[in-house]
Design a protein around this ligand. Structure first.
Ligand code: S3P
Length: 170
């Protein structure tokens, strides 16, 4: 029996936060794709971006994502860009259940304001431009994010939202 859940959504939408909580609550192993990449490379995401560039990072991300085919029961918190490169989104839809944590640009800007320096894509963006930048990126990415089976608005998210999904796949 497969129970593979992929959490997708923009940076700062709470994919890792909720993935860990739901994994604990519903007895599923929880993984974070960025952490898996860092462990496998022995470098931070920031260092991979700055030393090797985004394309090299995306290739590593795709490789690590595909290795999850060897596992049957888990929640994987993806990176914000994971669904938008190569065939990653169709891979996730084919082999598991994709859940999109959906936030507005203003919620995300509020959360990401203090984390800009550790996120390669947000480096150098001023506070004034942050919400606009996020809004643009969300628009670019929404066609991919929309392909998720479930869309959960993050504003009032609780365990029950995920419980309803997991019950349908048990
Ligand atoms: C990225 C999001 C990050 C990380 C990398 C690129 C993106 O993951 O994979 O910095 O393209 O949105 P989080 O969404 O976990 O921050």
């Amino acid at each position: 029996m497969f129970m593979r859940f992929f959490l997708i959504g923009f940076m700062g939408s709470g994919k890792s936060y909720w993935g860990k909580i739901w994994g604990d609550a519903y007895g599923l192993d929880w993984y974070d794709l960025d952490t898996e990449i860092e462990k496998s490379e022995g470098k931070t995401i920031e260092t991979i971006f700055s030393e090797e560039g985004e394309l090299a990072f995306r290739k590593k991300e795709r490789k690590l994502l595909k290795q999850f085919l060897n596992r049957d029961q888990f929640i994987l918190s993806c990176g914000g860009g994971t669904p938008c490169f190569f065939d990653n989104m169709s891979f996730m839809n084919r082999h598991g259940v994709v859940v999109y944590l959906k936030s507005t640009a203003s919620e995300l800007a509020e959360r990401l304001r203090h984390e800009k320096d550790t996120r390669p894509l947000l480096k150098g963006i001023s506070d004034d431009q942050l919400e606009f930048f996020i809004d643009q990126k969300l628009k670019e990415r929404s066609a991919d994010y929309q392909k998720a089976t479930y869309h959960l608005p993050t504003k009032f998210l609780t365990n029950e939202n995920f419980e309803r999904i997991i019950r349908r796949h048990q």
